[in-house]
Design a protein around this ligand. Structure first.
Ligand code: ZN
Length: 156
């Protein structure tokens, strides 16, 4: 059995900006509206797999942390990130950005591509479901705009 949350219709969205170092177009700072869709598989416990409200709250909280922020992958070897007094200085090749810290979501991942974002979000969700023995598998898809997205599957 499974349940699903549609990120677009369920308002599990965030709008953020990022850049993909070295990419001819995406190497420039730009933004997306992202939607996070979730499919959870498992066995029924009483009449539910999990309360929809509970799952939505978990996903919503993660979306809120990323919303209206500059997404920076702190493990991206192509970036030089310096924690300075007036913000994070990000050097990418010959370019240097300075972002106020409150505007940045510094993420423990290697890239801010949707593939990595989906895995990051899936791991965050899975860590909050670990006590629920009836759940088996979690699929998370992160759409970067409508009609294109990347996903990740984890055993929970
Ligand atoms: Zn992009």
């Amino acid at each position: 059995m499974f349940i699903e949350l549609d990120g677009w219709r369920g308002k599990l969205r965030f709008s953020s900006c990022h850049l993909i170092p070295g990419h001819p177009k995406c190497g420039r700072l730009h933004g997306h509206t992202y939607a996070v869709s979730v499919r959870l598989e498992g066995e029924l416990e009483n009449e539910f797999l999990i309360d929809f409200f509970e799952l939505k709250e978990i996903v919503k909280k993660i979306c809120d942390e990323l919303d209206h922020r500059v997404l920076i992958a702190e493990k991206d070897p192509r970036l030089k990130i310096r924690d300075e007094e007036d913000g994070y200085s990000i050097v990418v090749g010959k370019k240097r950005y300075l972002f106020p810290k409150e505007d940045v979501a510094l993420l423990p991942i290697n890239s801010v591509a949707s593939e990595y974002l989906s895995r990051y979000i899936a791991e965050r969700i899975a860590s909050q479901l670990s006590g629920m023995k009836n759940l088996k598998r979690l699929h998370v898809r992160v759409d970067e705009g409508m009609g294109q997205g990347a996903g990740c599957t984890l055993e929970v």
